[in-house]
Design a protein around this ligand. Sequence first.
Ligand SMILES: NC(=O)c1ccc[n+]([C@@H]2O[C@H](COP(=O)([O-])OP(=O)(O)OC[C@H]3O[C@@H](n4cnc5c(N)ncnc54)[C@H](O)[C@@H]3O)[C@@H](O)[C@H]2O)c1
Length: 261
Amino acid sequence: MPRLKDKTCIVTGAARGIGAAIARAFAQEGAGVVVTDKDADGAANVAREVGGQSLRLDVAVEADWATLTKTWPACDVLVNNAGVTGFEETMRPHDPEHATLEDWRAVHAVNLDGTFLGCRYAIQAMRAKRAGSIINISSRSGLVGIPAAAAYAASKAAVRNHTKSVALYCAEQGLNIRCNSIHPAAILTPMWEPMLGDGPDRAARMAAFVADTPQRRFGQPDEVAAIAVLLASDEAAYMTGAELIIDGGLLAGSAATPQTY
Ligand SMILES: NC(=O)c1ccc[n+]([C@@H]2O[C@H](COP(=O)([O-])OP(=O)(O)OC[C@H]3O[C@@H](n4cnc5c(N)ncnc54)[C@H](O)[C@@H]3O)[C@@H](O)[C@H]2O)c1
């Protein structure tokens, strides 16, 4: 029995990377998938591949959510996946001393405002059935400080917290609308390209990024998608306000752990 049969599942930022992997996994589990992204062509390509539908949706633009409401006034699952590091176009510093207010706000507009607007849409779209699952893609960077990516880390920490407010609000309202967050660490997607580059040091850079990860590798988008399938499915009926970490063991320990062997 497919785990998401008869469910309408909407995924943001699903033209590539983790979002596209989630769209594929949802379709494999029998869901009707709506692939959204600010990249309309990319979204349409993924929708064609998974037999779903697509919509151009910039998560930071309130009017785009109004369009989604008109087209899909009801849904069963929303994944707030769209996100940016702020390093897509320029590598300006994002540390607490040098980040510009403009860069800080641009990251929060997508990662935090986009998730807020998505949660608001989803609660309204799920209210009629009084049930649903909202999945917010935060990050392990939302659980620790990241000096070089302070805007990204703060935005993802706020996504974690908003997830819990949404979960409690829905429960208070007597709605069976669950809201949980997923916290991936380094997952190999196009998001990493500006940081890895395509120079001769690419392999060394990749190794350096995961040197502190106990499993010593990047995660794969499919591995995050598997967690999203669980949270979207009725198997997770008693999970709300939870945070699931998928990080190869990174946050399980501490650099200060004494070695006696
Ligand atoms: N890849 C990782 O290592 C990693 C780790 C932790 C968390 N995450 C989070 O996972 C999510 C997906 O990341 P990814 O690695 O697949 O990134 P990606 O850059 O490969 O893909 C992001 C997608 O989001 C879309 N997008 C960007 N801004 C948008 C907007 N304003 N509206 C709608 N769509 C927009 C892009 O067009 C793209 O298709 C993000 O929220 C990211 O912060 C990723």
